[in-house]
Design a protein around this ligand. Structure first.
Ligand code: ATP
Ligand code: MG
Length: 415
């Protein structure tokens, strides 16, 4: 037998309604916030991620699924959603169109990581990206969209952490202070952090190694080094959040996993899903479009991992109603009745109501058992008596209540 690749998962028929629930709510939230769906390829030129995600990140350094195609091009399966959408924005000259451009996507992502609970090699993200706006209300709106999505899913046991990592100007001063603090400790830090010290010291704050984490705990805080513009931007974002009664903690050490962020960064984290606690992460990336060769365009977005959301819902007892169960099951007792059941099911389906019949030549008793198992709301048995009278007994499974309904009235009744 051939097994599923390590770090990937099947969505089985018995579970797919949960995915549909999450995705339907993502689409609902997108509509409420006027975000339009975009779809970009699952693979891109490797260069896009090297430049767009940043070559001091774990993603680019260790986690990418990169291969050479038959034409000798270096291709990478998308490890995250933003870079592809940014490429789309530039390639289609969207900076010259109506701004802002507000987008969302639901996409698989691929990272070569050590699989564990909440960490897979293929996972899925609901993400949003807004291009063209630099005002703090947009930062707040992106956070509200994430919050509203989590609310719709029924997730309550989650905390919002926010931070500002400044811009080019204030980052330079902060980097100097951070390096001055880290330098005497550098010998005790991991190899990756040592390598990041010169290239991108801010990244060191994102390290997950215990020895590095404990050194990072006393590092200077970037919020103390923000320039006037970044400080007032951050203050306004917080004002908008306060205005809506959104609870948050300013966590001066979150920097996020990608190189391209500036100003606002945020994370929704949970303590209920083990060590992979970040369910949704996002931030502003005002320089990405320019770095990828486009016209300078501010932007902001987030990505939420669907597997982690489902895990969190499961671990905190959030029930998801299965809305994919059929409305009616029509059981046929003999050859002629089975044909009638089939015919009625087709009529009911054309009226937009889900219906199921037997396809396994089951006995009537087994058909009833099956109808119960698939969670049909109503069951009607059809035999020679029903064929003659044109009336069937409709049983509502949850209550046991039976009602005599004429065949031709079935649709009206079920509606
Ligand atoms: P982590 O710190 O857990 O490695 P990250 O900073 O790499 O996360 P992002 O790049 O910000 O994560 O991705 C956004 C979201 O995508 C995460 O918050 C998480 O929900 C999800 N995610 C990231 N990597 C994985 C993975 N390997 N498996 C499942 N979900 C993931
Ligand atoms: Mg990661």
């Amino acid at each position: 037998m051939i097994n599923i690749p390590k770090g990937t998962k099947d969505v089985l028929p018995a579970n797919s309604y949960k995915w549909q629930f999450v995705e339907e709510n993502a689409r609902k939230v997108a509509r409420l916030f006027n975000l339009k769906e975009v779809r970009t390829p699952v693979f891109e030129h490797t260069e896009l991620f090297a430049r767009g995600v940043g070559d001091t990140t774990d993603i680019v350094n260790k986690e990418m699924y990169t291969f050479e195609d038959k034409g000798g091009r270096s291709i990478t399966l998308k490890p995250e959603g933003t870079a592809g959408v940014a490429r789309m924005f530039i390639e289609n000259g969207m900076h010259a169109g109506v701004l802002p451009v507000k987008t969302f996507y639901i996409t698989p992502c691929f990272r070569y990581e050590r699989p564990q609970a909440g960490r897979l090699r293929e996972f899925h993200q609901f993400g949003i990206e807004i291009f063209g706006s630099k005002t703090p209300d947009t930062d707040a709106e992106v956070i509200f969209a994430a919050q509203s999505f989590l609310n719709k899913l029924g997730i309550t046991e989650i905390a919002l952490n926010i931070n500002s990592i400044g811009c080019k100007t204030c980052r330079a001063q902060y980097n100097a202070a951070l390096k001055a603090y880290l330098e005497p400790n550098l010998a005790d830090m991991c190899e990756t952090c040592k390598a990041r010290f010169d290239k991108n010291p801010l990244r060191i704050l994102d390290c997950k190694e215990e020895k590095c984490k404990s050194i990072n705990e006393n590092a200077p805080k970037i919020v103390d080094y923000l320039c006037d513009e970044c400080a007032s931007h951050f203050a306004l974002v917080k004002e908008y959040l306060d205005g809506q009664g959104v609870k948050y903690t300013v966590n001066p050490y979150i920097v996020r996993g990608l190189d391209y962020y500036s100003k606002t960064v945020f994370e929704f984290v949970s303590t209920k899903i083990g060590s992979q606690g970040t369910v949704c992460g996002g931030g502003r990336y005002d320089t990405l479009i320019e770095n990828l060769g486009g016209a300078s365009t501010p932007a902001i977005g987030f990505g939420a991992g669907i597997e982690r959301l489902l895990l969190l819902m499961e671990n905190t007892g959030v029930e998801i109603e299965d809305t994919t169960k059929p409305t009616i099951y029509l059981a046929g007792m003999d050859e002629l009745s089975r044909k009638k059941a089939f015919e009625l099911a087709m009529q009911i389906r054309s009226a937009g109501i889900s219906a199921e019949v037997d396809h396994m030549a089951k006995s009537v008793k087994a058909q009833f058992k099956y109808a119960d198992k698939i969670g049909a709301r109503f069951v009607a048995a059809i035999g020679s008596a029903e064929l003659e009278s044109g009336v069937c007994n409709l049983k509502e499974m949850a209550t046991g209540v039976q009602t005599a309904v004429k065949f031709e009235d079935l649709i009206t009744y079920l509606k």
